[in-house]
Design a protein. Structure first.
Length: 453
């Protein structure tokens, strides 16, 4: 009888312990989530930022006495590489040893990664960069902190798209620098201006005073590491190299060259909270337009680099349909598929049709007609003030007919009633003082690293 009673007591005790364990786990999870959303969690990050600043200041003092400064430019994607003009500045200065470091974009699968590595290397060769793919003889990616020992590290993307050894936290004692890969027109302010990355980086170079004001409002460190430089991609457009080979297919007949650049933010199929992408609505129609105006236009399909991967999902198009669609553009006599960098493609074009973000500002520098394809009537609600103003310099397509009217009347016939809007926007926002953005960035860094007499 006593043994039976003892067994029941043990069962009851075990049951109680298990319940208590579950309760403790639940309480711990709630506590962790509460801490993460609290000022205490921010204080921990602030302490980390202060420590990183101390290390960065030590590096500055060391470099003031150095005759050679190693500079690493991280390239994770050829299509978002905007550092050309900045790289050239450092290469021409004898004190600096710049090197482009091609790193793997691992978040979109192996095939995407390998294709992107080839595009990046091709760009480096074409532009004559000193570059490296940091792999050992076994094909393993290596830590450039050990092999290259960079003093300055330029990041071309703030997101964790590559291996941890190429993330900012591996370069705490280096002078880390970020220039947005796009001229930002979205209103994702917390993500853009108050991330751990934007706080840890030694210097953020921002596009306009408007972006600086947004950063001061949202940044936990009140944008103390931000300088307004303008954007070097504007320098690249202004310093047009007419000797560079065109990216467009050769044609015996002079045709109007139009770019179609659909974004990847298809509503409901990605986690950006943006829903600009109108691709699904216009995909077949744009192929029809290319064929209909075959004797009058050339049409370059320049999709966002993430669009293809997204379309290959079974809940969208799947692999077979996506591959066939992209192949159709390659095979069109007056069409072409463009996956990599796009600077010369833009320079040699006559018009742009898109639903992108940065392109809505960048292309205005060239003062060519530009059409925005809307996914919904109130899409401007997703824009910041710069984006809303840029759209005023666009023709707008709410339906397919609007695209065809734009091609016939504006591009082919040359009726361009809002040309003045583009000129005014360019003069107001795109380096209005006429100074070079890349020159500003180089001189700012050089001044910080110069020994004071």
């Amino acid at each position: 009888m006593g043994s039976y009673k003892l067994k029941n007591q043990l069962k009851l005790w075990t049951f109680s312990v298990n319940i208590l364990k579950r309760l403790i786990i639940q309480i711990c999870h709630r506590l962790i989530n509460t801490i993460k959303g609290s000022k205490f969690y921010d204080r921990r990050l602030i302490r980390k930022i202060i420590k990183v600043r101390e290390l960065q200041n030590i590096r500055i003092e060391e470099l003031k006495n150095s005759y050679k400064v190693k500079v690493g430019f991280m390239m994770v994607s050829s299509s978002t590489w905007k550092y050309d003009a900045v790289y050239q500045k450092f290469e021409k200065a004898g004190r600096y040893k710049p090197k482009v470091v091609i790193i793997p974009l691992i978040t979109k699968g192996r095939e995407y990664c390998e294709d992107e590595l080839k595009l990046s290397e091709s760009l480096c060769v074409k532009n004559g960069y000193n570059y490296v793919l940091p792999m050992d003889k076994n094909g393993k990616w290596t830590d450039i902190k050990i092999s290259l020992k960079p003093d300055l590290v330029f990041f071309s993307n703030p997101n964790a798209l590559s291996l941890p050894i190429y993330h900012i936290e591996n370069f705490k004692d280096c002078l880390t620098i970020y220039l947005p890969y796009s001229i930002r027109v979205d209103n994702l302010s917390e993500y853009s201006y108050n991330s751990k990355f934007s706080s840890l980086v030694w210097r953020n170079y921002y596009e306009t005073k408007l972006h600086f004001e947004i950063a001061k409002h949202y940044s936990r460190i009140k944008a103390e590491n931000v300088k307004v430089s303008g954007h070097p991609v504007i320098d690249t457009f202004r310093n047009q190299n007419l000797s560079v080979e065109s990216q467009w297919k050769s044609s015996k007949i002079r045709k109007k060259k139009i770019i179609w650049a659909p974004h990847w933010t298809i509503p409901g199929f990605q986690a950006t909270n943006l829903d600009w992408g109108a691709f699904l609505f216009y995909a077949d129609f744009m192929l029809e337009i290319a064929q209909k105006y075959v004797s009058e236009i050339q049409l370059a399909f320049k999709p966002h680099p993430f669009l293809e991967n997204l379309l290959k999902k079974e809940e969208l198009w799947g692999i077979e349909k996506t591959s066939e669609y992209y192949k159709n553009w390659e095979e069109l006599s007056n069409g072409q598929l463009e996956k990599g960098e796009y600077i010369q493609l833009f320079i040699d074009s006559d018009a742009l049709i898109h639903d992108s973000g940065s392109f809505s500002v960048e292309y205005l520098e060239l003062n060519m007609p530009i059409l925005y394809t809307k996914s919904r009537y109130n899409v401007e609600e997703s824009f910041n003030d710069l984006g809303k103003e840029a759209i005023q310099s666009h023709y707008i397509a709410n339906e397919k007919k609007d695209i065809e009217d734009f091609i016939k009347n504006v591009v082919i016939s040359g009726e361009d009633p809002i040309k003045e809007n583009r000129v005014n926007f360019r003069n107001k926002h795109l380096n209005p003082d006429g100074k070079s953005s890349s020159d500003f960035i180089f001189k700012d860094i050089e001044q910080m690293l110069s020994k004071k007499e």
